[in-house]
Ligand binder design. Structure first.
Ligand SMILES: *[C@@H]1O[C@H](CO)[C@@H](O)[C@H](O)[C@H]1NC(C)=O
Ligand SMILES: *[C@@H]1O[C@H](CO)[C@@H](O)[C@H](O)[C@H]1NC(C)=O
Length: 353
């Protein structure tokens, strides 16, 4: 029986929430995690595709980082859509990546892209810290040197290619059905990774007499994941509707093309694509997986999607009044105590009917 390596046990001390994700609610105490073999861990994770389970068995350390990456994606999704009718939650099949959206909508497109990007980001970050076996940082990206600028690669470049590769192997492995949705999901996974790649940053350091910068050493670093979130949010707003084209002997869905009269264009690599229109997300609906907006906190005066009018879909809202009390105007008195006033404010919170 393979026991978690001491390193991954160490990682789980710092990242206990990973086990929350891995075991999906049935939280295991760390001591029992240590005692468990990978068999039990990997068999306990719900919704793993066969190929994902195999990766879990061979790379238990990577699976922890993958879990962190998936959580990174979910958190960012919830942040980006905190004011929308769809708040990144859904009713549906539970997977390692959270609840699955049943409709092949632009919202589903976003969740796939952000998850694939999150996994690649987390793996790359762990590699750069030297905390994952099998990768590190690119000490020298070979062969890039310009004589004129005296500019060269050096330092420790983030090994994004490794992160992208793990994301491809693991995240894409859940697509086992041969249908249009599979093509859509795979396209969006890759779009998420492409957008992450586009957001990579170049950092440089100057060398030379008294900081004259005659030569510079440069390396690439990962962006903050929030930046990836905003970039993908922009892609979501401009998502492209596509349809699957059947080809070959078996007439199976083979590639995607933009759904528009007389258009035979393929979607761009960084486009988020969807095959079905979104539900309104106003009411709870088990068929589409919509949770509805009942009970959501809204802003009474906002004309935007977070306003009660739009968020509550015209159903109206409930008003909750309460008094907030806190210590204020605190003054230091000689010697030695602090005297405060008690301030209060009437606050109202509005929630959708
Ligand atoms: C999203 O909205 C649903 C329905 O109102 C609510 O139950 C859920 O807690 C919300 N999720 C988040 C992450 O805010
Ligand atoms: C509500 O929306 C208005 C207008 O968009 C904004 O100025 C205000 O700060 C919002 N209030 C809260 C509590 O978010």
């Amino acid at each position: 029986m393979i026991i978690f390596s001491s390193r991954s046990v160490l990682l789980s001390v710092y990242y206990p929430q990973i086990f929350l994700i891995l075991t999906s609610g049935s939280y295991l105490a760390l001591s029992s995690v240590v005692a468990l073999g990978t068999n039990i861990i990997c068999n306990k994770i719900p919704g793993l595709a066969p190929r994902q389970r195999a990766i879990c068995h061979s790379r238990p350390d990577a699976i922890i980082v993958i879990g962190e990456g998936a959580q990174l994606g979910v958190n960012e999704c919830q942040y980006q859509f905190r004011h929308s009718r769809w708040n990144c939650s859904a009713l549906g099949e539970r997977t390692v990546f959270g609840q699955e959206l049943r409709v092949g909508s632009r919202e589903a497109a976003f969740t796939y892209a952000i998850t694939a990007a999150g996994v690649a980001h987390a793996v790359t970050a762990w590699c750069s810290r030297g905390a994952l076996s099998g990768c590190g940082c690119e000490r020298e990206q070979q062969g890039v040197y310009t004589r004129e600028g005296g500019w060269r690669w050096g330092g420790c470049s983030a090994d994004l290619q490794y992160g992208l590769q793990i994301s491809r192997r693991f995240v894409d492995a859940r697509e086992i059905k041969k249908n249009a949705r599979r093509l859509m999901n795979l396209h969006n996974n890759e779009a998420g990774r492409k957008v992450l790649e586009e957001q990579m940053k170049l950092e440089c350091k100057c060398h030379g007499v008294s900081g004259s910068c005659t030569t510079r050493t440069c390396w690439t670093t990962l962006p903050q994941f929030r930046e990836v979130g905003w970039a993908l949010r922009g892609r979501y707003e401009r998502a492209v509707q596509v349809e699957a084209v059947r080809a070959g002997w078996l007439r199976q869905p083979t590639f995607l093309r933009v759904k528009k009269a007389q258009s035979y264009r393929k979607p761009a690599d960084t486009d988020l694509v969807y095959i079905e229109r979104s539900p309104s997300y106003c009411e709870q609906d088990g068929v589409t997986g919509s949770l509805g907006t009942q009970g959501r906190v809204c802003n009474r005066t906002s004309p935007h999607p977070d306003g009660c009018q739009l968020l509550c879909c015209g159903r109206g809202y409930n008003t909750h009044q309460y008094t907030r009390v806190w210590q204020c105007n605190c003054k230091f008195q000689w010697c030695c105590f602090v005297r405060c006033n008690s301030c209060s404010e009437r606050t109202e919170v509005f929630t959708c009917k």
